[in-house]
Design a protein around this ligand. Structure first.
Ligand SMILES: C[S@@+](CC[C@H](N)C(=O)[O-])C[C@H]1O[C@@H](n2cnc3c(N)ncnc32)[C@H](O)[C@@H]1O
Length: 226
């Protein structure tokens, strides 16, 4: 750009103009993605490692979602606490036959409108009035940190939300703490992420779950106990 007022209105250099056009095109593309049918694709919201975000592989998200649907039963209500990929898979696959809420600290997930509930595990019982206690058939939760403090706080939320069933995904090292806090036991199924994680990761449940076998194939959906 020129500093002189005599040379007419300021002009962007061709490089700056091209960069700006590219930026707007990307924004447009991203916006149309979020508004269209792709809205529920895992990864549509990029991982932010500062927030300890590591997304499940689509196969794992599917397996967890199907298990939650079977456990919740027809017309059931499912809470996904810090587990946005499971929420996305549930919405992608079961648009009308289950009711789902996504409890998340990352406000980018507010694109999911009424389903989104802002949640910070540090204030575990600080939930909006529209969320009735013990109103979810199952809670699927994945704490952001592998610490007893984080699991203890999130456990308060889980117990407040669930009518009984819990599907927890976290590091295998949390097995004893998870059993003590939530009465859940480790499943054989090994969840996978889109990136390789350094720690051994597992699922824990307190109900009769099909995750208790380590099949890597997807099982057909069946009606689960209410
Ligand atoms: C380990 S990731 C679990 C994501 C899961 N693997 C998935 O694919 O859906 C932890 C999640 O906790 C969320 N998180 C980060 N800080 C949080 C906080 N203070 N309170 C609640 N959730 C938080 C992250 O945004 C992220 O979705």
């Amino acid at each position: 750009m020129s500093d002189s007022e005599d040379e007419g209105p300021p002009q962007l250099s061709s490089y700056a103009l091209a960069a700006l056009q590219e930026f707007y095109a990307e924004q447009q593309h991203h916006h149309s993605d979020l508004c269209g049918d792709d809205k529920y694709n895992i990864g549509i919201i990029e991982e932010n490692w500062q927030l300890s975000q590591f997304w499940y592989s689509p196969e794992t998200a599917m397996r967890l979602a199907e298990d939650a649907v079977a456990a919740a039963g027809e017309g059931g209500r499912i809470a996904c606490v810090s587990a946005p990929s499971v929420y996305q898979k549930l919405r992608e696959r079961h648009r009308d036959d289950v009711s789902v809420c996504i409890f998340e600290y990352d406000r980018r997930f507010a694109i999911y409108g009424e389903d989104f509930v802002y949640y910070d595990y540090k204030n575990p019982v600080d939930l909006p009035e529209r969320i009735a206690t013990h109103s979810f058939d199952i809670v699927v939760a994945d704490p952001p940190y592998l610490s007893e403090e984080c699991l203890r706080k999130m456990s308060e939320t889980i117990k407040l939300l669930t009518r009984g069933k819990i599907l927890l995904c976290t590091g295998a090292v949390m097995e004893d703490a998870a059993a003590k806090l939530l009465g859940v036991k480790m499943c054989k199924f090994i969840p996978e992420h889109t990136r390789t994680l350094g720690n051994e990761f597992r699922c824990f449940v307190n109900y009769n779950s099909r995750l208790d076998c380590n099949l890597s194939v997807q099982l057909p959906v069946q009606e689960g106990p209410k």
